[in-house]
Design a binder for this molecule. Structure first.
Ligand code: FAD
Ligand code: NAI
Length: 485
């Protein structure tokens, strides 16, 4: 197949938002095929994706979801082997950590998946233009090619999918060895004796637990009084208790005033938000994980007048359009939760809007998962949000200690919590802590997408013995009573 000089759709950025948008655009016929010679098809690619990274997949595949989940899984197995197996009648000696091997397994899974996207681009006839794109005008992009030189690309439709990067704290010098962001924390070459995590949100909790399981003394410093960056309060308290039981320490309502490397150590100055008391602590490595910011550096938005809000997010009007109608925006660089599946769904919908004029993302039903052990997952509203909105609701909970499968496998920390409208029983939110919460939340998301009630789930037959029975029982507890608790 050959490339067009003018594309129907050009996507900037090949993260989960951008690569999915490009594939969907190509699948929807934003490409043409024609006969040139008898029996030989020539395909003219009419969709392109500009990506400057050497591999496709963006933050998620290269330095986000995928490498973190590889380390979370393998560090969990190591932790189980060293602390839990003997309680299950499995005894062996001489267990040791081969960190190099664990890191290379992570690299292997990243490599396989990023190559997979390259294959999907070829299969769907998406041109990958390797370089950094910037706007010339609303139909033209200039690409500084990775191999040198530049190229100008014309496009009828442009989708901005340039993602996000870690937020920095002024004065903190991220050197990726002693003071690191998430990217550095995914590749520490030895297990630090002490790790301080600044920000007990999703990254701090996931990567904090990786290194804690591998032997670090982990202390999380959190500005807010609760961990988990906005999860349901009851779940957050339970979760913090479980993480503490596993050995993580928390300094809540605490501000980091300064963070300086002194020889081979890092010295932090902390201030209590409540009392103003100041203290100094030392660590070997500090992970700064206080959130991420939209990335539009060097994109030349000012050349086309695309507007951003006060947090630097590209503003959408409707159908993912920016204020310049043929330029759309999806994923972390615009409003909404910074999650891979949200970016992917927007990618599909934006391509559909271009081709068909319609597309669908339900922002009320985007699940969140923290992949610790146990996992935490939720979808929809939490109690605080419902109270603030003046919505009357019923609560149904069910602990995993009363679930036969969780008890059988001795992995019974956590609970399921349903919130349903007190008049209509419509499910408003579901919150789970449990070893398989990330998979279980899909049932709640599907029910909510269909406008389901707690009773719909309570009356659906769930296999026994499974963890999913806790969903059914918590749902039952919302409109009636649970059987096993
Ligand atoms: P990105 O994935 O950030 O991709 C943007 C791409 O655009 C990048 O590859 C960048 O190189 C490229 N780019 C930028 N500007 C240009 C330009 N001018 N020209 C060419 N290319 C450009 N989310 C989850 O849902 N589940 C998880 O488990 C999860 N774990 C995470 C763990 C970590 C440690 C981190 C950091 C993030 C995690 N996330 C997770 C968040 C997830 O990675 C993001 O929400 C997701 O990657 C956003 O996708 P995106 O396509 O919007 O942007
Ligand atoms: P986050 O928003 O989840 O958490 C940041 C935490 O830092 C908050 O609790 C906040 O109160 C705290 N904080 C902010 N400033 C602080 C300061 N100066 N001192 C102390 N604490 C401070 O952000 P995080 O963990 O960096 O992750 C970024 C994004 O990446 C998340 O929004 C999430 O969407 C995405 N992500 C998703 C994952 C998943 O889905 N499993 C995994 C990792 C990241």
């Amino acid at each position: 197949y050959s490339s067009a000089s003018e594309y129907d759709t050009v996507v900037i950025g090949a993260g989960p938002g951008g690569y999915v948008a490009a594939i969907k655009a190509a699948q929807l016929g934003q490409k043409v095929s024609y006969f040139a010679l008898p029996y030989i098809y020539y395909f003219l690619a009419l969709t392109a994706c500009i990506e400057s990274r050497e591999t496709l997949g963006g933050t998620c595949l290269n330095v986000g979801c995928i490498p973190s989940k590889s380390l979370l899984h393998n560090s969990h197995l190591y932790h189980e082997a060293t602390t839990e197996f003997k309680n299950r009648g499995i005894e062996f000696s001489g267990i040791s950590l081969n960190l190099d091997k664990m890191l290379s397994e992570k690299t292997k899974s990243v490599g396989a998946l990023t190559k997979g996207i390259e294959f999907l681009f070829k299969k769907n006839k998406v041109d990958w233009i390797k370089g950094k794109g910037s706007f010339v005008n609303n139909n033209e992009l200039s690409v500084a090619l990775n191999d040198g030189g530049s190229s100008t690309i014309k496009a009828k439709n442009i989708i901005i999918a340039t993602g996000s990067i870690p937020t920095q704290i002024p004065g903190f010098d991220i050197d990726q060895t002693h003071i690191v962001d998430s990217t550095g924390a995914l590749s520490l070459q030895k297990v630090p004796k002490r790790l301080v995590v600044v920000g007990a949100g999703v990254i701090g909790l996931e990567l904090g637990s990786v290194w804690s399981r591998l032997g670090s003394e982990v202390t999380a410093i959190e500005f807010m009084p609760e961990i988990g960056a906005g999860m349901d309060s009851e779940i957050s308290k339970n979760f913090q208790r479980l993480m503490t039981k596993q050995g993580m320490k928390f300094k809540m309502s605490t501000k980091v005033l300064s963070c300086k490397r002194v020889d081979d150590k890092v010295v932090l100055e902390l201030e209590s938000v409540k009392t103003g008391a100041v203290e100094t602590i030392e660590s070997d490595v500090v992970l700064v994980s206080i959130g991420r910011r939209p990335f539009t550096d060097g994109l030349g938005l000012e050349k086309v007048g695309v507007e951003v809000d006060n947090k630097g997010r590209v503003i959408q009007t409707q159908a993912f359009q920016t204020n310049v109608p043929n330029i759309r925006v999806i994923g972390d660089v615009t409003t909404g939760p910074m999650l891979a599946h949200k970016a992917e769904d927007e990618g599909v919908a934006a391509a559909e809007f271009i081709s068909n004029g319609y597309g669908h993302v339900n922002y009320n039903v985007i699940p969140s998962v923290i992949y610790t052990h146990p996992e935490v997952a939720w979808v929809g509203k939490n109690e605080k949000e419902l109270k603030e909105a003046g919505v009357k609701y019923n609560v149904g909970t069910f602990p995993f200690t009363a679930n036969s499968r969780a008890k059988t496998v001795n992995d019974a920390d956590g609970m399921v919590k349903f919130l349903a409208d007190s008049e209509t029983d419509r499910i408003l939110g579901v919150h789970i802590i449990g070893s398989n919460a990330g998979e279980m939340i899909a049932e709640a998301a599907l029910a909510m997408e269909y406008g389901g009630s707690a009773e719909d789930i309570g009356r659906t037959c769930h296999a026994h013995p499974t963890l999913s029975e806790a969903m059914k029982e918590a749902a039952m507890a919302t409109y009636s009573k649970a059987i096993h608790f």
